[in-house]
Design a protein around this ligand. Structure first.
Ligand code: CAA
Length: 258
């Protein structure tokens, strides 16, 4: 497929999606998100891909939903078109792990897109925020829901109510990002991290992702049961036999189901 707003590449077992709408700081217009969904569908269906990285540019991961495109929307336009949520959640429903590699601005929908990914690696230049209040509106792709779960109510409430940005260091301290790395090595680090994930047994990777995500959707008891059932199910996998045999034989495992 030809992409207008993305650069899509395969780096061995990692699928790389780079948002590429530089003049608008990767503002997330419908066409860009449609392309991103198509790229995710392709990588999801591709047995040669074990993990996905979504990144932006040095200046901006994404500066939010496209304000120019939505500024004249009526309530009916937004509601009927199910604006924003229509297909963005595809990032979340992806069963393979998705890593966000964030440099520069991740604002509004850009911050929300990063939070839909499984975890965020941030460049030291990254800035996160939900500045929708300054536009007379509010986050529409999960900012009021995922940000408090990531950084706690106090910081999330302050950020959403004031539009204040959070830098990479604060974001790491608050638990929004997994790790901060120098901007110059962000992509390399993200690809190496995704490659490491993709080297493990894919069914196990998918079970772990499902189980961790379950912790946000269920009671502790339900989540623990889900985890235990998945753990039991892993004993039906050839890769579990291989992983444990390799440990006993003091050799590296050769997972077949990658
Ligand atoms: N939508 C459309 N265009 C955008 C944009 C956006 N979200 N963000 C930036 N742009 C455009 C600018 O209009 C500008 O275009 P022109 O050159 O044609 O004027 C270009 O990108 C460069 O932007 P700036 O000149 O503003 O660059 P800067 O370095 O001075 O500032 C910035 C960078 C602080 C990110 C600033 O662009 C900004 O505040 N952008 C808007 C951020 C925002 O409010 N995001 C939330 C959007 S609403 C949303 O996302 C809803 C939701 O929950 C899904």
């Amino acid at each position: 497929m030809e992409y207008q707003y993305l650069i899509v590449e395969r780096r061995e077992r990692v699928g790389l999606i780079q948002l590429n709408r530089p003049k608008q700081l990767n503002a997330l217009c419908d066409a860009l998100v449609d392309e991103m969904v198509a790229a995710l569908d392709d990588f999801e269906a591709d047995d040669g891909i074990g993990a996905i990285v979504i990144t932006g540019s040095e200046k901006a991961f994404a500066a939010g939903a496209d304000i120019t495109a939505m500024k004249d929307f009526s309530h009916m336009d937004a509601y009927r078109g199910d604006y924003i949520t229509r297909n963005w959640e595809r990032v979340k429903t992806c069963r393979k792990p998705v890593v966000a590699a964030v440099a520069g601005y991740a604002l509004g929908g850009g911050c929300e897109l990063a939070m839909m990914c499984d975890f965020i690696l941030a460049a030291d230049s990254a800035q996160f925020g939900q500045p929708e209040i300054k536009l007379g509106t509010l986050p529409g792709a999960g900012g009021t829901q995922r940000l408090p779960r990531a950084v706690g109510k106090a910081k999330a409430m302050e950020m959403c109510l004031t539009g204040r940005l959070m830098n990479a260091e604060e974001a790491e301290r608050a638990g929004l990002v997994a790790r901060v790395v120098p901007a110059a090595s962000l992509l390399e680090e993200a690809l190496a991290t995704a490659a490491r994930i993709a080297s493990f047994s894919l069914p196990v990777v998918m079970m772990i992702k499902e189980a961790v995500n379950r912790s946000f959707e269920s009671s502790l008891q339900e989540g623990l049961l889900f985890e235990r059932r998945s753990f039991h199910a892993s004993f039906g996998l050839e890769d579990q036999k291989e992983g444990m045999a390799a440990f006993s034989e003091k050799r590296p495992p050769e997972f077949r189901h990658r």
